[in-house]
Design a protein around this ligand. Structure first.
Ligand code: GLU
Length: 279
């Protein structure tokens, strides 16, 4: 068994992260497996080395040990580019020149645009461009993203996909909930979806413990796994911790970060106990 904790250094970790990480760590330990740490810092607009340093400090404080080396996503952009290229070579990605505004306008004009779990779906504007129009757009230097041509992808895959979740049971994949998702973003040259799937595959992760906020993304992840010929891990999408008022814990809420708990004198044993782990 190989589990992992894969935080994005966009802020400080809070109790919810501690719970998720301790669960992944315990799972690996119980099976004599491995626990990996991966820093998902591809979004350079939102991530910072200072946050990464803070994450490592928090984990060290919790007494968690991980396999070395830590995988830092920003050091592996070539791996994501290679995966994108392999999808592109099979005609599974198309350039999308739309801005958010363009998409919004198109959706409003359509009146009754199809919605997925994450909101209105991309209306497919750039999927309908001719090869000449695509080449002209690229040659003009206009920035573009690469989107998955989902119907083409599903045609290639053929049979309906399923994925396993130990908490929610077997799932029939519903990638249509995400539509033609962006696989390579305009600004960062990859996307969370692509990077996470490639890394879990390359690192041989067998069990993914993460919050239920990423449940819907898994419908797309299993399509990418199949297209990239990567093994399908087992998922454990857990509920998110909430505060006393029932609000989800958020990185922007400074008062409940691990750093502030530590500084206010909370002990590791106390925190672990509170979160339901043995000490
Ligand atoms: N990096 C993601 C986050 O911090 C988690 C990715 C995952 O566990 O798949 O939200």
């Amino acid at each position: 068994m190989i589990t992992r904790f894969a935080p994005s250094p966009t802020g400080h970790l809070h109790k919810g992260h501690a719970w998720s990480m301790l669960t992944a760590h315990e799972k690996a330990q119980n099976e004599n497996g491995k626990f990996l740490l991966r820093i998902e810092d591809i979004d350079f607009n939102r991530c910072s080395p200072a946050n990464t340093a803070q994450i490592l400090e928090d984990l060290a404080w919790l007494g968690i040990e991980w396999e070395e080396p830590i995988r830092i996503q920003s050091e592996h952009l070539a791996d994501y580019a290679a995966a994108a290229q392999s999808l592109q070579d099979r005609g599974l990605l198309y350039p999308c020149f739309c801005t958010r505004k363009d998409i919004q306008r198109e959706i409003e004009a359509a009146g009754n645009a199809p919605h997925g779990s994450e909101g209105p779906l991309y209306p497919g504007t750039c999927r309908r461009l001719s090869e000449d129009e695509r080449q002209a757009g690229i040659a003009s230097g206009e920035p573009y993203a690469l989107r998955l041509d989902l119907s083409k992808a599903l045609e290639i895959i053929g049979t309906p996909l399923t994925w396993q979740d130990s908490i929610h049971g077997e799932q029939v994949a519903r990638p249509e909930e995400l539509g033609d998702a962006v696989i390579v973003r305009k600004d960062i040259g990859t996307s969370y979806h692509l990077a996470v799937v490639v890394d879990d595959g390359l690192q041989g992760v067998t069990d993914i413990v993460r919050g239920v906020d990423l449940f819907e993304s898994t419908h797309l992840h299993c399509v990418l796994q199949r297209l990239l010929d990567l093994p399908a891990p087992i998922y454990h999408h857990h509920e998110l911790l909430t505060d006393d008022e029932g609000n989800r814990l958020a990185k922007r809420d400074k008062s409940i970060t691990l750093k502030s708990l530590r500084e206010s004198g909370v002990s590791v044993a106390g925190l672990k106990k509170e979160l339901g782990f043995s000490v």
